[in-house]
Ligand binder design. Structure first.
Ligand code: GDP
Length: 612
């Protein structure tokens, strides 16, 4: 391998082998009767590589009506014609630069490939029992932790059955996550399609089938709720047939397993079927190379910074490896599995939670590991530049009010939005939901959808692309807000996905007329904490913007993320209770029923005001 510099890509983790990404410098070669080339070459080069006398090639081309010399650069068609004439097949390879590692072709030596666990995604129509099945497999209760009907956290875990591991990706079961599911399928080897036996094939069942088919992933059908009186598995199979999922007993290859997720009946049947399909697929990877894979979920952790769940798809990720994820790089400082157990290394098909990343990546981002920090840094920088260039090319749009006006005038309109949310999952969910609202008249264009606080960089991008910024459970700090008002960028904040969607829908229909809008009165920074045994923790603050009023609603913001929203129990200057405290003054605040504050947190005051 070390000597074979014809390999397009080298990420082997062996001694004496460069771990650098090396792009094939050799333009042409002959490999088993196939002439492989990467771009335009001259007649001379072709003659040399194919070992055919130059005169023969020139003569042949002359007979075809083409006058060429030794230095003539041949196009693909001529190269192909010559190859076929002289008994060679031909293949053009695209040279892929290291920064586009998504497109790299990995050529592992077959002897290095080892079996890897199957990666399984559970899909299906809402309420058909996905969560219950995930739960039954995992033996923990997930259903309780949902907010607004949408699971906001994505997990992945491994389960061992009959001595074989299976990796499960939990996909949240709401329509808003369509985009995530599409991505789920691209890391997935097998889809378990949950269909309720008493309800049959429904719209999201069909959507899931489409995703699985598009990704060329086999489907195992879990016919669920078999305990219910109305259960009719034959009807389910017949309905599935209309969507080209043919059950085995109808002559097809889709394994159907009848289960009751609720009563935990025949869960083994599902696991069994997964192992059967996995064996057929002969899933393999090379554990000896530097890791490559996909971000399943990422968020900004209050204490640990950028944190991501990565699925290792090839290679092994070791603690201390440098990682390029999306457009940033970092070091795998600490890796943990789903039980928070620290891992030294993660092999193919293992999901791991990693900290040490430079930024919060996006779900669906690809990552790659490197041995050298400098290499990771330079590749991340190139990737960022490419991305920024793309973002800058975003089309022009307007403010929400413009949208409202133009919609009324009946002009075709593109509305650019930037979405910032508290987790990548939410960002993706909001993005997918909003994009769906596009109509023939109005196109919703999401310029950026990421997790984390609203920053000046978002405002700059909004300004460049005439976009509106939507914050979902995140806030801008005072500086960002100042910048936004300077640049006349609209920032709109929401806490519930439906409210956000409704607002946009209303605007699209030309009905944007909120009677109550929220006004931020000011912000204060917590400088010191005073614990008072009977009262709780008093925040010793400095008002850094606007004014804080005792009647205000307040939010506690840590690293740009809202961690609490409630009311003030008291507002004090020195020892006296006061009605308000202005910018530049110190004060003490006690938040009703909330004491989990820290120095450095921001307390934001807000009021509802009536507005036409
Ligand atoms: P999801 O939206 O697909 O994740 O569906 P859930 O797992 O949340 O299930 C929806 C409802 O169906 C819940 O009330 C479950 O208790 C119920 N359910 C799930 N599996 C079964 C089952 O096998 N039998 C019965 N009777 N109810 C089930």
């Amino acid at each position: 391998m070390g000597k074979n510099n014809k390999k397009q890509f080298n990420g082997q983790r062996e001694t004496n082998v460069s771990t650098k990404v090396s792009v094939d410098k050799i333009k042409t070669k002959v490999n088993g009767g196939v002439f492989v080339y990467t771009g335009a070459i001259s007649t001379g080069e072709l003659s040399k590589t194919l070992n055919i006398p130059l005169g023969d090639i020139i003569k042949f081309l002359f007979m075809q009506g083409k006058m060429v010399t030794i230095n003539t650069v041949l196009d693909d068609e001529l190269i192909g014609t010559v190859c076929l004439e002289f008994g060679y097949d031909f293949q053009k390879k695209n040279i892929v630069a290291a920064e586009n590692f998504e497109d790299l072709e990995i050529n592992d030596d077959p002897s290095k490939l080892k079996p890897r666990p199957a990666v399984v995604t559970i899909m299906g129509h809402v309420d058909h029992g996905k969560t219950t099945l995930i739960d039954a497999i995992r033996n923990s209760n997930l259903v309780a932790g949902e907010f607004g009907g949408i699971s906001q956290e994505i997990g992945a875990y491994q389960k061992e059955y009959n001595g074989e591991k299976i990796t499960f990706i939990d996909t949240p079961g709401h329509e808003a996550f369509t985009a995530m599911r599409a991505r789920g399928a691209s890391v997935t080897d097998i889809v378990v399609l949950v269909v309720a036996a008493d309800d049959g094939v429904m719209p999201q069942t069909i959507e899931a089938i489409d995703h699985a088919k598009a990704a060329n992933v086999p489907i195992i059908v879990a016919i669920n709720k078999m305990d219910k009186p109305g259960a009719d598995p034959e009807r389910v199979k017949q309905e599935l047939m209309q969507h080209d999922v043919i059950a085995e007993d109808y002559g097809g290859d889709a394994i159907c397993v009848e289960i009751s997720a609720k009563q935990k009946k025949n869960i083994e049947g599902i696991l069994e079927a997964i192992l059967v399909v996995a064996e057929l697929k002969e899933l393999k990877a090379n554990p000896d190379r530097y890791a490559l894979g996909t971000v399943l979920e990422a968020k900004l952790d209050k204490n640990e910074g950028a944190k991501a769940t990565l699925l290792i798809q090839n290679g092994t990720l070791k603690e201390g490896d440098y990682l390029v994820v999306g457009t940033s790089y970092g070091k795998a400082r600490r890796m943990t599995n789903e039980y928070r157990k620290v891992l030294q290394e993660a092999t193919p098909s293992t999901p791991v939670s990693v900290i040490g990343l430079g930024e919060v990546p996006q779900a669906g981002d690809r990552f790659m590991a490197f041995s050298e920090e400098s290499e990771a840094r330079s590749i991340a920088t190139k990737r960022r530049l490419i991305k920024e260039q793309k973002e800058r090319n975003a089309t022009s749009a307007a403010s929400l009010e413009d949208l409202f006006n133009k919609a009324k005038e009946g002009q075709r309109q593109t509305i650019n939005l930037i979405i910032k949310a508290d987790s990548t999952g939410s960002a993706e969910a909001v993005k997918a939901s909003l994009e769906k609202l596009s109509t023939d008249d109005i196109k919703i264009n999401i310029v950026r959808a990421t997790s984390g606080a609203i920053t000046e960089s978002d405002v700059l991008l909004a300004s460049a692309s005439r976009a509106i910024i939507y914050g979902f459970n995140v806030r801008p700090d005072a500086r960002t807000r100042a910048k936004a008002s300077e640049e006349k960028i609209e920032i709109r904040l929401h806490r519930i996905i439906y409210a956000l969607i409704e607002e946009i829908q209303a605007a699209m229909k030309g009905m944007l007329a909120p009677t109550f809008v929220e006004k931020i009165t000011g912000q204060a920074e917590i400088r010191r904490l005073f614990k008072v045994s009977k009262l709780g923790t008093i925040a010793g603050c400095m008002v850094v913007e606007g004014v804080m009023r005792s009647t205000c609603g307040v939010r506690v913001i840590r690293d740009g993320i809202v961690i609490y929203e409630g009311k003030l129990a008291s507002l004090q200057r020195e020892k006296d209770s006061v009605k308000e405290v202005k910018n530049g003054f110190e004060c003490g605040m006690l938040i009703e029923n909330f004491n989990d504050i820290k120095e450095g947190d921001i307390i934001e005051g807000f009021e509802s005001v009536e507005e036409k």
